[in-house]
Design a protein around this ligand. Structure first.
Ligand code: ADP
Ligand code: ZN
Length: 442
């Protein structure tokens, strides 16, 4: 057993470092980042000055809370290259967030940064028990989006065989599953379900007919219910993967076989949880906004970057042997949070209700609108194929049942409309689950 655990921990020194030693390393690295940012980037000099702090004021990790945050709007204001700390001649790759509104966030990488990215991704593969004996079917989108390249280079680093399929052409993807017999699937959780659905339509049962054993899913919010759905349909063990363009892309944190939160690669990314309203740093276990400081990135360092992702931290060493800080599943993104009739609603709460009901398919759309000055939520969800043919009355009964469950979970009422199978648009990458029509009336 000991051997097996060691083999799965890609970087034994970094991932099992005693906490005190890790803290010393983090402080040392953070002090360097602060000096570089302050002296090479006018933005950080100004934001430090506004808080009357200098890099030298960071004498311990506790001092970090005296330093200013960096917001997504700061990145926008400095778009595209204003926060890069190295000359463009040292930058060998650019990526950008998939943000659909406004300007995207641009990520920049020196050769060392790309090396770091492969390293943290290799750790993620290791934690999922993937090694050179595996074949990775990579269905994350390639291109500006960090998902494709991140999972690609990490798989090469551990020596697995990578199949760079990207999104789209779902039937062809399933054909490749049959012919190549990959053991690992990497994609967004919503696309994993689309592929599972396509396989079923083609008369293939992934559980008995294929070799998939590990799934590495992330880049969008998903629930435990969604995990069970994917695992049972594809016959694999699903590992949650977290990252963002602002920090590096995927590889910031990953699950181990204990599935008790995601191990943060905290020798490179330093996490904090804050109260989003006051900016106050919260204790371990408390839920708030995740904030990261990069410790080693060259081209695009970030200091106290507010991710808007809501979660909590767990410092307890894990029985897998890793001592790295763990973050819990993201329950929502503060900018995904809907305020409906004054009540905070996260799409993940609605997903949790829908995915526990077997009469409907795990495909839904949340439409928020304002009718006669009152906010209303309508949840459209597809009937399961078998159920759909049982008639109107049955569908009405299902929607009533879901409505009751939703009012209990959300604290406000939501209308449920059960729609025909396959009538809601499928996504290849990140699913678009919310349609907020209220802005249209302004
Ligand atoms: P965009 O901001 O356009 O979505 P990114 O591709 O950089 O661009 O997305 C990063 C964001 O995706 C994270 O801040 C987080 O909100 C979300 N995300 C990534 N991985 C996960 C995950 N495992 N669970 C929940 N949300 C995730
Ligand atoms: Zn662990």
């Amino acid at each position: 057993m000991g051997n097996r655990v060691n083999r799965m921990i890609w970087n034994l020194e970094a991932e099992t470092m005693p906490r005190e030693e890790k803290k010393r390393l983090q402080l040392q690295r953070m002090q360097l980042v602060f000096k570089r940012a302050y002296h090479s980037l006018p933005f950080y000099r100004r934001s430090f000055e506004a808080k009357s702090v200098k890099p030298e004021d960071l004498k311990s990790l506790e001092d970090l809370s005296n330093f200013p945050f960096t917001l997504k709007t700061d990145l926008r204001d400095n778009y595209p290259f204003g926060l890069f700390a190295t000359p463009m001649s040292k930058i060998i790759r650019l990526h950008a967030s998939s943000g659909t509104t406004g300007k995207p966030v641009v990520g920049a990488y020196t050769r060392n940064d790309l090396d770091l990215w492969s390293e943290v991704m290799a750790r993620s593969y290791g934690a999922a028990g993937v090694d050179e004996g595996d074949m990775v079917h990579n269905a994350y989108g390639y291109g500006l989006f960090t998902g494709g390249m991140g999972f690609h280079y990490g798989a090469e680093r551990i020596g697995a065989t990578v199949v760079p399929v990207a999104g789209g052409l779902t039937k062809r993807q399933v054909m490749l599953w049959q012919d190549f017999k990959p053991t690992v699937l990497t994609c967004t959780p919503s696309f994993a379900l689309v592929l599972a659905e396509t396989a079923a339509e083609m008369g293939i049962n992934p559980v008995t007919d294929l070799n998939l054993r590990v799934g590495m899913f992330g880049a969008e919010p998903w629930t435990e219910q969604m995990r069970h759905e994917i695992e049972s349909k594809l016959g694999l063990e699903a590992f949650n993967q977290y990252g963002l363009t602002e920090l590096i892309g995927p590889g910031v944190s990953c699950e181990c076989p204990n599935h008790n939160g995601m191990h943060i690669q905290d020798d490179h990314f330093y996490p904090e949880i804050i109260d989003p309203a006051t900016g106050e740093v919260l204790d371990y276990g408390q839920t708030g906004e995740l904030v990261f400081t990069s410790l080693t990135k060259e081209a695009f360092p970030v200091i106290r970057y507010r991710t808007r992702d809501i979660t909590s931290l767990d410092p307890e060493p894990c029985s897998c042997g890793r001592t790295t800080m763990r973050m819990n599943r993201i329950t929502g993104r503060s900018d995904d949070m809907l305020i409906v009739r004054g009540v905070n609603v996260f799409p993940s709460q609605i997903e949790g209700v829908i995915l526990t009901n077997k009469a409907v398919a795990p495909v839904y759309l949340i439409v928020v609108d304002r009718v006669r000055n009152l906010d209303q939520i309508e949840v459209q969800v597809e009937a399961a194929e078998a159920v759909y043919h049982m008639g109107e009355e049955m569908l009405l009964e299902i929607s009533n049942q879901l409505q009751q469950e939703l009012v209990q979970t959300l604290g406000i009422s939501a209308k449920v409309v059960v729609v025909p199978p396959r009538s809601i648009a499928r996504s290849e990458g990140k699913a678009k689950r919310v349609l907020d029509r209220r802005n249209l009336h302004n």
